[in-house]
Ligand binder design. Structure first.
Ligand code: GLU
Length: 274
């Protein structure tokens, strides 16, 4: 059965971009007589807040959406993500990366060519790794694409997915060795999202085209973890008058401020071209 989801992170109030995304997924589920699932992606405990989660339910209900309950909150399932992380570690696919964001930025800035590719990271030789560990420095667990390719073998070149009705060959190299977890934090968006899409039986992932790149790495994770690959639909992004994406900090276009200003959901739908 067709099943899709809207998976916001409660790090701010929902805005017009979220409304477009949620409606796009909801409308697809309605027209396929399928399931519409709301999932709260709150693994980043430092940025997520309960009042934003409460606002998500309130704002989506105001838009007229209905969803299945209970709602899955990722923070309730950290042990599942950690177990998957351990499986990948046991396969030798993860390595510790001690580079800070600042160091990565500096490496990119000093590269001979203007750099727009994956971050310049690589596993350390074991003795260097031991030295770094001994300092107690923070680190991230990164997924090695080279080792993933070796484990997946001949199927590596056949990895791909359907997006917007077309077959796309996976090109995970464009994202490089992504961060799957941090020293004291067992999950990242990529791992939790892939695991939950599978455990919730999501057949169609419908989300903004800003996440189109992520699908290239999600198929790798699905293959490694023995999970099915859903069909992807990446929709256009809703931009502000300056052609920029709405940011959660931009208060004027939050659904609650629109509601307070007397706008109706029907008017918002029309203005979004739905
Ligand atoms: N939680 C993500 C966000 O709020 C959405 C991820 C997804 O749809 O896969 O941007």
């Amino acid at each position: 059965m067709f099943a899709t989801r809207f998976a916001p992170s409660p790090t701010g109030y929902l805005h017009l971009g979220h409304a477009f995304s949620a409606w796009t997924a909801f409308d697809a589920a309605q027209s396929e007589q399928g399931r519409f699932i709301l999932r709260i992606e709150d693994t980043d405990l430092t940025r997520c807040r309960p009042e934003f989660e409460a606002a998500i339910y309130e704002d989506l209900a105001w838009l007229g959406l209905t969803w299945e309950s209970p709602v899955r909150r990722q923070s309730d399932h950290m042990a599942d993500y950690e177990a998957a992380l351990e499986r990948l570690k046991a396969l030798g696919l993860l390595y510790r990366c001690f580079k800070t964001r600042k160091e990565l930025m500096e490496a990119i800035a000093s590269a001979p060519h203007s750099f727009s590719g994956p971050e310049p990271v690589a596993p350390l030789p074991p003795s260097d790794e031991a030295d770094q560990l001994a300092t107690g420095k923070a680190y991230a667990w990164r997924l090695s694409l080279a080792r993933s390719a070796a484990v997946i073998g001949a199927d590596w070149d056949r990895l791909g997915f359907e997006a917007n009705g077309q077959w796309v060959k996976a090109d995970p190299g464009q994202l490089g060795d992504i961060v799957l977890a941090r020293k004291e934090f067992p999950s990242s968006y990529h791992l939790a999202s892939v695991l939950d899409d599978a455990s919730q039986g999501i057949t169609h992932v419908i989300r903004g085209e800003d996440l189109a790149e992520a699908a290239h790495i999600h198929v790798v994770l699905q293959k490694l973890l023995g999970l099915p690959t859903p069909i992807y639909r990446h929709h256009r992004l809703i931009l502000d008058a300056d052609g920029k994406r709405f940011a959660k900090r931009n208060q004027s276009v939050t659904l609650r401020s629109l509601r307070e200003s007397g706008t109706s959901p029907a008017l918002i739908r029309t203005s979004l071209g739905l």
